[in-house]
Design a protein around this ligand. Structure first.
Ligand code: ZN
Length: 279
């Protein structure tokens, strides 16, 4: 769809499943399962929602999903389907990976950063988008390289260290930044130390890619958060701020793991109105 001078495409890559308790933290299951039914293993359906934007002749990719490097064991655990979804979807849009100018990942967890790198035919790691600048909070990088005991399994070094080793494709941010005209990154933290939200602006119009600040439509309630969040109270603060702005200024929101209605608007005190034109 067109949003001012922004051309936006949504890509639902990597259909997979996540544990319901991981997704909804302290929210009782009797409440969340009405909206997101769990299977026999307590798993609920998830997607990785990626956004492609064209602005001023540049191609910007936000979020890269799980990618294709996941071990067979882990892929089975999360019931992963379509691991190369991102590249197939780009091909359908007529975009070659080396035509991507900027890549934003909201944070470096395996299900967001996996698509930053891939393995070539000989098994060597290579960058998925070899000519792009990759914008990442320095606080996220430092934590991902030396995670605490709880976060260790959420980060995979092969996903992101090649951006720096020998490639110099990463640009570190220290807080909020406008990395290209109208392309803003807001440091929100909370879920991880360096979690960020992408806000694309065109005049009065804007689209925000939330990352795991807002995973799925049930997370549009401020206190419904993931058990994986490191600082829940900070998540609540940043969500409240984002929701107020999004409702007031009619920002288009893109939710990180929502498989059914991942893009839409907040209306009338929190009602979700999906945007069917963004596909
Ligand atoms: Zn995450």
């Amino acid at each position: 769809m067109q949003l001012g001078d922004l051309e936006l495409h949504l890509l639902l890559t990597d259909h997979w499943k996540a544990d319901g308790g991981l997704m909804f933290g302290v929210v009782p299951k009797v409440l969340w399962e009405k909206q997101k039914p769990a299977d026999g293993k307590n798993m609920i359906d998830c997607s990785c929602v990626c956004l492609i934007a064209r602005k001023d002749g540049r191609v910007i990719v936000c979020e890269t999903g799980i990618g294709s490097k996941l071990s067979e064991k882990r892929a089975q655990q999360v019931a992963l389907r379509e691991p190369e979804g991102m590249l197939h979807a780009l091909k359908r849009l007529g975009i070659r990976p080396d035509e991507v100018d900027a890549v934003v990942t909201t944070h470096l967890h395996w299900d967001h950063a996996g698509g930053l790198t891939r393995r070539d035919e000989l098994g060597a790691l290579e960058l998925t988008f070899p000519r792009a600048r990759h914008f990442i909070q320095k606080s996220e990088w430092d934590f991902a390289v030396h995670p605490d005991v709880r976060s260790k399994s959420s980060y995979v070094l092969d996903d992101f260290t090649p951006l720096l080793d020998g490639n110099r494709a990463v640009e570190f941010l220290d807080g909020d930044a406008e990395v290209l005209p109208g392309v803003h990154l807001r440091h929100v933290g909370g879920h991880t130390p360096g979690s960020q939200v992408l806000i694309l602006q065109s005049g009065e119009l804007a689209c925000a890619v939330t990352g795991d600040l807002v995973c799925q439509t049930p997370h549009l309630r401020v206190p419904w958060n993931m058990s994986a969040d490191l600082e829940p109270l900070r998540v609540f603060q940043q969500k409240s701020r984002l929701f107020e702005e999004a409702e007031k200024h009619r920002w288009l929101l893109v939710l990180s793991h929502e498989p059914d209605q991942p893009a839409g608007y907040l209306e009338d005190g929190g009602q979700w109105r999906p945007e069917p034109r963004l596909t």
